[in-house]
Ligand binder design. Structure first.
Ligand code: NAD
Ligand code: UD1
Length: 338
């Protein structure tokens, strides 16, 4: 009885693997290191004193994936593997489609072949496109994605819905993450973006550690509390726990279910900057600049469904996340290194 974690050496995957191992799950990881490093496995061992079995392969590789399903007694799959850079997806839409949608197809084919019923999938709030209201509920309209990356998430959601219609005994939890930030409290694992970070928190921590001169704040004329964009920042350790809640939920054989994973609270760019400054006693230099194309004013979750149906509620807040992100960055100025 093992949980297959695709993309298990990535940012969210590694935190989830730690939580799974600490809760007695037998874990098998598949990752091709396209956006992660082998060092993550050493760090997971340092935290948990356990070694998950690991296969360096692409989920797109049906033959090699088939060998994993043959060898391991997989009962559940958590599917994190995917490319996630919005900018890269605009430049290389086909690569994103092939990798993200293609790997999901392979996985479903093999789950069907080997009788694996339970799947947790990493979706994103990006499937809501440009929201006409907040907070966002799971029943709100999806579509109108502003980039190919977001479109792959929506395409996979449809693929999973079709699969569930055809396979009545399949249990699938689609988790729509809002904005994951923070790191494990040990400072041993965290977010390790390659090159210039696209997302806000890693940019802030790189300014704090002296790798970047200042933060560019993308616009202060949004219809928000202080004019800067508002998002729902969820601590990655809470988010990881959400996957264990989802696995428990799937034991009840619910068919296909969809949950937002967020905090239900919006935070502006400047509020996050000031929270970081206060939590860590570090000044973050910033410059207000042009809006970033594709950005929306506000985006935060209605989280009632995840609480009511699987008992998931966040325990950590943005202050914890600011402290933990900084702890990780300070101890690992170059991430996991080369
Ligand atoms: P990440 O890039 O850190 O982790 C993804 C992992 O998948 C990496 O280790 C990468 O090497 C691996 N991978 C990619 N393609 C693969 C393939 N074909 N075969 C095997 N391994 C492959 O990203 P993350 O932040 O941990 O995100 C995990 C998942 O959650 C992704 O699917 C992402 O789209 C989704 N998500 C992330 C966010 C976010 O802000 N981080 C928000 C919403 C949804
Ligand atoms: C972005 C992606 C989204 C993806 C998510 C998680 C876009 C348009 N959206 O969401 O598809 O699912 O990341 O990977 O890229 N900001 C700054 N300066 C920075 C970085 C960000 O001011 O250097 C602001 C943004 O304008 C936004 C907020 O910070 O208001 C959060 O940005 P980010 O962390 O990139 O997340 P999202 O825009 O929500």
């Amino acid at each position: 009885m093992a949980v297959l974690v695709t993309g298990g050496t990535g940012y969210i995957g590694s935190h989830t693997v730690v939580d799974l191992l600490n809760n007695g799950y037998d874990v098998v990881i598949v990752d091709n290191y396209v956006n992660s490093k082998p060092e993550v496995l050493n760090r997971i061992f340092k935290i948990t004193d356990k070694k998950p079995r690991f296969y360096e392969i692409s989920v797109q590789d049906e033959e090699k994936m088939s060998e994993v399903f043959e060898k391991e007694n997989i009962t559940d799959v958590i599917h994190f593997a995917g490319l996630k850079s919005v900018a890269e997806s605009v430049a290389k839409p086909q690569l994103y489609f092939d990798n993200n949608v293609g790997s999901s197809k392979v996985l479903l084919k093999l789950m069907n072949k080997y009788g694996v019923k339970n799947l947790v999938f990493s979706s994103s709030a990006t499937v809501y496109g440009v929201p006409d209201h907040v907070p966002l509920k799971e029943t709100d309209k999806v579509g109108g994605c502003t980039n190919p990356y977001g479109q792959t998430k929506l395409d996979i959601e449809y693929l999973l819905k079709d699969y569930a219609k055809e396979h009545k005994d399949a249990n699938i939890a689609i988790l729509r993450y809002f904005n994951p930030i923070g790191a494990h409290s040990s400072g041993l694992i965290g977010e390790d973006p390659q090159g210039i970070p696209n997302n806000l928190m890693p940019y802030i921590t790189q300014v704090a550690v002296g790798k970047r001169d200042h933060l560019n704040v993308y616009g202060n004329d949004y219809k928000t509390v202080d004019g800067t964009g508002v998002r729902d920042y969820i601590h990655v350790v809470d988010l990881a726990r959400g996957h264990l809640c989802a696995l428990k939920k799937l034991e009840q054989k619910p068919g296909l279910v969809i949950y937002n994973l967020g905090t239900g609270k919006g935070t502006s760019v400047l509020e996050l900057v000031h929270a970081f400054e206060k939590a860590n006693n570090i000044k973050i230099n910033y410059v207000i600049c042009e809006r970033r194309p594709g950005d929306v004013d506000e985006n935060y979750a209605d989280c009632h469904k995840a609480y009511e149906e699987m008992g998931f509620k966040t325990k950590l807040d943005i202050v914890d996340a600011c402290r933990d992100s900084w702890h990780w960055q300070k101890n690992n100025p170059n991430g996991y290194g080369d």
